[in-house]
Design a protein around this ligand. Structure first.
Ligand SMILES: Cc1cc2nc3c(=O)[nH]c(=O)nc-3n(C[C@H](O)[C@H](O)[C@H](O)COP(=O)(O)OP(=O)(O)OC[C@H]3O[C@@H](n4cnc5c(N)ncnc54)[C@H](O)[C@@H]3O)c2cc1C
Length: 401
């Protein structure tokens, strides 16, 4: 296989309560030609297909599972500009100027994605993000983070213990950032895929890509059904299933867990800001449109998929206990519990761009908690490059040899 198939998620995520929106797709029974082949019909492939098909490219998407059936359906879909690595720490790792550029680029991507989803009629909830003090950044650390974000031109403010208490949140200090949002990730991916199909894109599934040969100007992908797809460009949007030819730059696949509580609109905190702890292990919290509380975290490194799935019961109880400590007014009874593969990099930045030694090969991989924001940045970078436009900030995410 061009990518090793994994058990990407188990349990039942809150998005699976209803039926997935329909996305036209079919099996592949012949050899075909296209301009761009996108491998992976999750939210990343959907955004890239939307951007490329809108600018006139003939696009084919393939997926060995089906539209939005990979980790996209497990995402808790907090769409934030705040990167997993705080600005003060990212500045130490990659330099202040680049760290500021990365934060600003994410800020722009969140707004651009909100605008595009709005055009498509996808329901999204604009939310602020409350970053709570923990063992990574304590209250003083958050104050430094606040100053660093102000230098970068990013609005935020410190929130004291008393104000948090009035909101029903138990923590010593917080940093409020503005203008993020939450979505149903499966619905968003399907809307973007349908927009691409309306622009002429074709989706073939279930179809796996088992091998790829390439020259300087073409790629030829062999499918699990024994057919060939010839294209001018290939884009790997394969999520946490890494292609064998892609350098991983310290990216690690880890395991993560999430729950969604019973609906409880009357018990939610004012403003329903997304909550995210600056801690390891960390906890994050958001609400859904129907008043549930989603709580996730408890990440663990290097667990195999069977071990990860066996832990769903125990991790659910831990998440419920910690959620109850953080938000004592919340009913922690869980209607949904699920687990998934997840990623992390040293910097919190993903890998996006042209592949080394494969001029017509592109990839968007290596996501941690900001996957959705990075999917949007990937679509902007890849569509910009293929359309021959200067691509600002691409150097922040590029693959290195
Ligand atoms: C529990 C959990 C919570 C998360 N919370 C958040 C969050 O709050 N915010 C956020 O932004 N992100 C979050 N994420 C991360 C987010 O889920 C990912 O960033 C996102 O799903 C990645 O989308 P994708 O399209 O790249 O991958 P996927 O949705 O996995 O799609 C990749 C597709 O590629 C296909 N594929 C792979 N190899 C091949 C092949 N050889 N041939 C054909 N098809 C292939 C797969 O079948 C799959 O459908 C979370 C993830 C998990 C597990």
């Amino acid at each position: 296989m061009e990518t090793r198939s994994k058990n990407l998620r188990t349990g039942r995520s809150v998005w699976q309560a209803g039926r997935a929106p329909g996305v036209p797709h079919r099996p592949l029974h012949r050899d075909i030609d296209t301009d761009v082949l996108i491998i992976g019909a999750g939210i990343t492939g959907a955004m890239v297909a939307d951007a490329l098909s809108a600018s006139g490219w003939k696009v084919v998407l393939v997926d060995r599972r089906g539209p939005a059936k990979g980790s996209t359906t497990a995402s808790t879909a907090l769409v934030q500009y705040e990167i997993d690595t705080p600005l003060v720490k990212l500045s130490r790792k990659i330099g202040e100027a680049d760290a500021i550029r990365a934060f600003r680029r994410s800020r722009l991507a969140v707004d651009a994605l909100a605008a595009r989803l709005g055009e498509l009629g996808v329901a999204l909830q604009r939310r602020d993000t409350l970053y709570l003090a923990g063992n990574i950044l304590d209250a003083d650390g958050l104050r430094r983070e606040c100053e660093a974000r102000h230098v970068a031109g990013l609005a935020c403010r410190m929130v004291r213990r008393g104000e948090l208490r009035d909101m029903g949140i138990r923590a010593s200090a917080g940093l409020m950032g503005y203008g993020d949002f939450t979505i149903d990730p499966r619905a968003a991916a399907c809307a973007l895929l349908n927009a691409a199909v309306e622009n002429g894109a074709a989706i073939y599934a279930p179809v796996g890509i088992v091998d790829i040969a390439h020259t300087k100007t073409t790629v030829s992908a062999q499918t699990s059904t024994g057919h060939r797809i010839r294209a001018k460009h290939v884009v790997f949007a394969t999520g946490y299933e890494f292609p064998k030819r892609v350098p991983q730059h310290g990216h690690q696949i880890i395991s993560t867990w999430a729950i969604a509580t019973v609906p409880q609109k009357r018990k939610l905190w004012p403003g329903e800001a997304m909550i995210w702890q600056s801690a390891d292990p960390y906890l994050y919290v958001r609400t859904t449109a129907d008043g549930r509380v989603i709580c996730g975290g408890e990440d663990e490194e290097s667990l195999d998929e069977a071990e990860r799935d066996a832990l769903i019961g125990r991790k659910t109880r831990t998440l419920q206990r910690k959620l109850g400590q953080l938000l004592p007014g919340i009913d922690t009874r869980a209607d949904f519990a699920w687990a998934g593969s997840f990623g992390q990099t040293d910097t919190g930045l993903p890998m996006i761009g042209q592949l080394p030694r494969m001029p017509n090969g592109w990839a968007a991989l290596g996501y941690g908690g900001n996957g959705t924001t990075y999917s949007r940045i990937a679509a902007e970078i890849i569509a910009g490059a293929l359309n021959g436009r200067p691509v600002v900030d691409a150097d922040l995410y590029r693959f290195r040899r």
